[in-house]
Design a protein around this ligand. Structure first.
Ligand code: GRF
Length: 195
């Protein structure tokens, strides 16, 4: 059975690109039957959309500002996502808080990557906050999405050292490199369980 993956982005989409690249591997295609079928963004200028189009993946843009409420935005998003009958909905730098209705609708097939070692540093500016606290290690977490922000079951984590003189940007880049390895791996594991 085909396992369709829908990825939601808001920006550069480098995690999405890492998953797309992994999905072009024969194992994903033949053994898992997995493919990224759509990339959806809430920002028309998200750079990741260009990568998706260049890789012949369907794209869609839903500008959240055009909707009267969070519920209305999520409802439109759900219609678009469901068209692709996804086995997995992957949030990859998607900068919107989702309604409980949306989260419930995709229960057990909705995951996110967060640039901290959860449960530490939920929310924004994680790298600067880790530096300000004097953390010796930082990292990223792949987790299931629940109605509470950045709180679902942890599926995988990558740890990186904080180095002397680190800036938030330097730390973010070191973490992002690990995200690109971990996120495709976490997706593959989940899909493997569904085979
Ligand atoms: C990543 O650091 C991810 O952990 C966070 O937002 C960033 C997205 O980067 N949720 P990209 O759009 O995948 O390049």
């Amino acid at each position: 059975m085909n396992k369709n993956i829908v990825i939601l982005i808001s920006g550069s989409g480098s995690n999405m690109a890492a998953i797309v690249k992994a999905s072009r591997n024969r194992h994903w295609q033949q053994r898992l039957g997995a493919q990224v079928v759509a990339v959806i963004s809430n920002k028309a200028n998200a750079a990741g959309l260009v990568f998706a189009r260049d890789h012949q993946i369907a794209t869609a843009v839903f500008d959240h500002k055009a909707f009267a409420s969070r519920e209305a935005f999520d409802a439109a998003l759900m219609v678009e996502i469901d068209r692709h009958e996804p086995a997995l909905v992957v949030l990859a730098g998607f900068m919107r808080i989702l309604t409980p209705g949306f989260v419930q609708h995709y229960e057990d097939r909705l995951i996110n990557i967060h640039p901290s070692l959860l449960p530490a540093f939920t929310g924004l500016n994680t790298h600067q906050r880790a530096l300000d606290m004097g953390c010796k290690f930082a990292g990223a977490t792949v987790h299931r999405v629940t109605a509470e922000l950045d709180h679902g079951e942890i599926l995988d984590q990558a740890v990186v050292p904080v180095l002397p003189g680190d800036t938030a940007q330097a730390l973010a880049e070191r973490v992002l490199t690990q995200e690109h390895i971990m996120y495709p791996r976490a997706v593959e594991r989940l899909l493997t369980r569904m085979v």
